[in-house]
Design a protein around this ligand. Structure first.
Ligand SMILES: [Zn+2]
Length: 71
């Protein structure tokens, strides 16, 4: 019975069986059992996808400076 756990690179998402990514030499974590990661390794990628922080992103946020506040 194999005890080697499937590892997944937290940097590029590549799969492997070692603790170092064969693709980018990044850190790898065991795929199973799945556990919540407070570091949210996919967070940066997700934010980059929606371009968070850009002016376009700010413009589409709900704004509080409407006409009602214009004194
Ligand atoms: Zn990698």
């Amino acid at each position: 019975m194999a005890r080697t756990k499937l590892q997944r690179c937290v940097e590029c998402g590549a799969f492997g069986l070692s603790e170092q990514c064969p693709e980018c030499k990044g850190r790898m974590e065991a795929v199973a059992p799945l556990k919540y990661s407070p570091e949210d390794p996919q967070g940066a990628r997700r934010r980059k996808r929606i371009d968070a922080g850009s002016e376009e992103w700010v413009d589409q946020l709900p704004s509080t400076d409407g006409d009602d506040l214009d004194e």
